[in-house]
Design a protein around this ligand. Structure first.
Ligand code: IPM
Ligand code: MG
Length: 359
């Protein structure tokens, strides 16, 4: 059987890191006797340039007809005009919503080889292994009204955070199920002292928690969570958060691992289909210079193999290959250390493939 993968490389370093990820998939194909048909389509700024919109209907169809979606990153200064009504980010938001990918899993582990690339102390980082489950199709990202307008005293703008109990319950169930397979601890993040949506979030979460008495559950306010994440990250196992809280906390949490260039993510719905993407952006400052770290994109393909295709062995093989390359001291610029061997994006990709073939 051939798995259908829709590939949206996107903009900036998105194209560079996805190129390496696809080469890794080719090696996986041979080693594990799998078959992938990869169909490329445009999303983001490149699509705006070609078609005037961030995501065309036909690109969306490619995603809809696939078994999984692999995405690089979208956006860049070229399309940053705040007055523009077409924005590259609409592609990602459109894909997430149209494919109903409501749970975004962002695992964060600290590699023992990289403990020194973090700005935090090694004793704080040793053994960190947490996963953020970010709600992905609700909240302020989609709430209406969201607009600028003229009011009595001049310019005004409004955004809306909106959640239904059903949206909260399904996210919490996904988080509890995940916690059950891990260390059985779930931290739910909210701002219940201020926001009505958070108070409902907490109420619904407590109801769902009753179905999972075996999982230790706690509520933490988002501002306190920002603090705990860098003070005692080891204490956390699964962290559930609404869309924007999850967006912010995962950028922060990425610094535990040392670089955003290392972190993959999976966006899932009810079925097996998922969208897999690095959590980093398009990095316009280094785009086109072969300096990007392709590991997050490569590790995203491992998540795809595991979660959408049930190919656990292949997933672990990729993860091991990445670990071996890091153990040998090879580093891209974002995680460079004094004694390391600095390599380019394409070199890093090649090293991972060589390890994969050697295993
Ligand atoms: C992310 C990104 C996106 C988000 C942007 C690019 C729309 O920051 O995936 O974390 O805010 O969700
Ligand atoms: Mg983000």
């Amino acid at each position: 059987m051939a798995y259908k993968v829709a590939v949206f490389a996107g903009d900036g370093i998105g194209t560079e890191v996805i190129a390496e990820a696809l080469e890794v998939l080719k090696v996986v194909e041979k080693r594990f006797s799998l078959a992938f048909t990869c169909e490329k389509a445009l999303a983001g700024g490149c699509s705006i340039d070609a078609h005037g919109v961030a995501l065309t209907d036909s690109a969306l169809r490619v995603a809809n007809e696939s078994d999984a979606v692999l995405l690089g990153a979208v956006g860049g200064p070229k399309w940053d005009d705040p007055k523009s009504t077409v924005r590259p980010e609409q592609a990602i938001l459109g894909l997430r919503k149209e494919l109903s990918l409501f749970a975004n899993l962002r695992p964060i582990q600290v590699s023992r080889h990289l403990i020194n690339s973090s700005t935090l102390k090694p004793e704080v980082l040793q053994g960190v292994d947490l996963i953020v489950v970010r709600e992905l199709t609700g909240g302020v990202y989609y709430g209406k009204p969201s607009e600028r307008r003229m009011g009595a005293s001049g310019r005004e703008a409004v955004d809306t955070i909106f959640y239904t109990e059903g949206e909260v319950a399904r996210l919490m169930r996904a988080s509890f199920e995940l916690a059950r397979k891990r260390r059985k601890k779930l931290t739910s993040v909210d701002k219940a002292n201020i926001m009505a949506t958070s108070r409902m979030w907490r109420e619904v979460s407590h109801e769902v928690a009753k179905e999972y008495p075996d999982v230790q559950y706690e509520d933490v306010l988002v501002d306190a969570m920002a603090m705990h994440l860098i003070r005692r990250p080891k204490d956390f196992d699964v962290i559930a958060a609404e869309n924007m809280f999850g967006d912010i906390l995962t950028d922060e949490a990425s610094m535990l691992a040392g670089s955003m260039g290392l972190l993959p993510s999976a966006s899932l719905g009810e079925g097996k289909k998922g969208l897999y993407e690095p959590i980093h952006g398009t990095a316009p400052d280094i785009a086109g210079q072969n300096k990007a770290n392709p590991l997050a994109a490569i590790l995203s393909t491992a998540l795809m193999l595991r979660m959408s295709f049930d190919q656990e062995q292949a997933a672990q093989a990729i993860e091991k290959a990445v670990d071996d390359v890091l153990a040998s001291g090879y580093r891209t610029g974002d995680i460079a250390q004094p004694e390391c061997r600095l390599v380019s994006c394409t070199e890093m990709g090649k090293l991972v493939r060589e390890q994969l073939q050697k295993q």
